[in-house]
Design a protein. Structure first.
Length: 324
């Protein structure tokens, strides 16, 4: 079953029971998750997104390297895995929608270019940057000290990750001891995997049981594992966990931490090959869409207002390297 179809079924169930507002022709501006204090939640996953568009700003466009300006396009990589509300397929199973697509589109518009999106597997996002196949990746990439050795970053969102459990679990997760001996799933190659591995190692050093780590790359796979009891928890991006909790109603968030681990707020960033000459243009474009309000509208639309940044930072402190 595709991610889109599983979400559609969940929404259909909620609508039938009166827990979700039915939308024959959904409003593209409807939030993914209703803000606190509002009773209704509407989710537009149709291809008719009426996406916000930006306008070219000459001074910012001038920061783009000449060869890319002449080409007239910006090649943007994104993860092919469905991860609502960040990036996933609409009800037609071909139109890519989500907050990352919306923000990338505004950024490219500001640079006076046309976006060329391509979806690949997570690990191939970085391969694409290395080979200059992509000029940018906007796909929930966290700034890390290791990644900063090869890539430049312009931040556009806070990075928080969440532990998701079956509804009614009664668990609370705030640190390593809370997951000792638990079966926890995670996607490989992510910063949340790095944090979970470190927590497991910390538990062993403290004489506690290690974490039994399971790996799932697709949301639908961990959903099924969570509901069947094969895993106790899943650790993933907070936006995706919040979307799943709100849309399906079968799980709950039992803990949330910074995507950079303890003591440092993680940051999500537009990513480019180091010294490509593009990072200043990206930061300036992000600052512009923050100032003109379009950035805030995108985050509000997808229920991500709590992860807004006030200004883009170039190569800020990132998730530390693992101490060997």
């Amino acid at each position: 079953m595709s991610v889109r179809r599983s979400i559609t079924l969940a929404i259909a169930t909620l609508t039938a029971t009166g827990l979700l507002t039915a939308c024959g022709s959904p409003d593209a501006s409807t939030d993914v998750a209703a803000p606190k204090g509002k009773k209704d939640t509407g989710i537009n996953i149709s291809p008719d997104q009426d996406r916000l568009r930006g306008k070219k700003v000459d001074a910012i466009a001038a920061l783009v390297p000449e060869d890319i300006r002449k080409r007239g396009t910006l090649k943007v990589g994104a993860s092919a895995d469905g991860s609502p509300p960040l990036g996933f397929f609409a009800t037609d199973d071909k139109t890519r929608i989500g907050s990352e697509i919306d923000i990338a589109t505004l950024l490219v518009d500001t640079l006076g270019l046309k976006p060329e999106f391509e979806q690949v597997s997570w690990e191939n996002l970085f391969v694409g940057l290395d080979s200059s196949k992509f000029d940018a990746v906007l796909s929930n990439v966290t700034v890390t000290e290791e990644r900063k050795e090869k890539y430049d970053f312009a931040t556009y969102r806070l990075d928080n990750i969440a532990f998701e459990a079956k509804k009614g679990s009664g668990w609370k997760v705030s640190g390593p001891k809370d997951v000792a001996g638990r079966t926890v799933s995670v996607s490989s190659g992510t910063n949340q995997e790095k944090i979970l591995v470190e927590w497991s190692e910390e538990n062993v050093k403290a004489g506690r049981k290690p974490v039994d780590i399971k790996y799932f790359q697709k949301d639908t796979d961990y959903y099924l594992a969570l509901q069947s009891g094969r895993i106790d928890l899943h650790l993933g991006p907070s936006p995706s966990a919040a979307y799943h909790v709100e849309s399906a109603g079968q799980s709950e968030i039992v803990g949330q931490i910074s995507g950079a681990g303890g003591g440092l707020q993680g940051k999500i960033a537009a990513t480019t090959k180091k010294d490509s000459g593009l990072v200043k243009a990206y930061a300036a474009a992000i600052d512009h869409i923050i100032e003109d309000g379009s950035y805030g509208k995108v985050l509000e639309r997808w229920g991500l207002t709590g992860e807004a940044v006030e200004k883009s930072e170039i190569n800020p402190p990132g998730l530390p390297k693992t101490q060997s």
